[in-house]
Ligand binder design. Structure first.
Ligand code: 5GP
Length: 181
């Protein structure tokens, strides 16, 4: 089996590259069926979401555009208080917007992003999340398109990092317990 740099941190592979690819093809087909013909925008939050977005947009056989925003937590503030450090480039007024997220944990980040985007009056505002750590949810969020439910473990790979690394693993894995802060 091929070895990847940094793999010594990995405990167990939870989702293989093939499982991820197959699920993304299904999500892409569902999005194209429901939103094809509309002004479809796939929007993601930097940085982790770009891996999923890049694969998902190629699985959607319909005209669409992509856009990015970046956020950061206010230092010393309570969880969920975030600010936009890079805004979308395009207006989303009247558009069908799908926010593409790598993982939803407590839901606080996405809840903030959705509240900001809602004020810009898109015609549709939905969520497509590859991974849902539903046991940890604090805010209830409607997820129109969901890849997989995952257990409450710290995950790496396919965009998810540990201290900035391992985003480039092609699979999603847990890390050894002693590596998680
Ligand atoms: P939430 O606001 O839903 O609690 O947090 C969502 C963000 O936390 C994700 O976009 C991701 O950046 C980070 N996150 C949540 N769970 C994990 C995980 O298991 N691994 C990694 N690397 N990041 C995670």
């Amino acid at each position: 089996m091929r070895r990847y740099a940094g793999e010594e941190l990995v405990d167990r592979i939870l989702l293989t590259q093939e499982q991820i690819d197959r699920r993304i093809a299904e999500l892409g087909r569902a999005i194209a069926e429901e939103h094809g013909g509309r002004d479809l925008r796939l929007v993601t939050v930097l940085r982790g979401g770009v891996f999923f977005l890049a694969d998902l947009c190629r699985a959607v056989d319909a005209p669409l555009s992509i856009d990015f925003l970046a956020i950061s937590s206010y230092a010393g503030s309570s969880e969920g208080t975030v600010r936009i450090t890079k805004d979308l480039d395009d207006s989303i007024e009247g558009a069908s917007v799908i926010v593409v997220e790598d993982i939803i944990d407590t839901g606080l980040t996405l809840n903030y992003v959705l509240s900001v985007l809602r004020q810009r009056e898109p015609a549709v505002l939905e969520v497509c999340a590859l991974l849902d750590k539903d046991a940890r949810r604090i805010v209830d969020l409607p997820i129109a398109y969901k890849g997989f439910s995952v257990p409450d473990r710290f995950l790496v790979g396919y965009g998810l990092d540990i201290e900035g690394r391992l985003r480039n693993l092609p699979y999603i894995a847990t890390v050894h317990d002693d590596r998680v802060a």
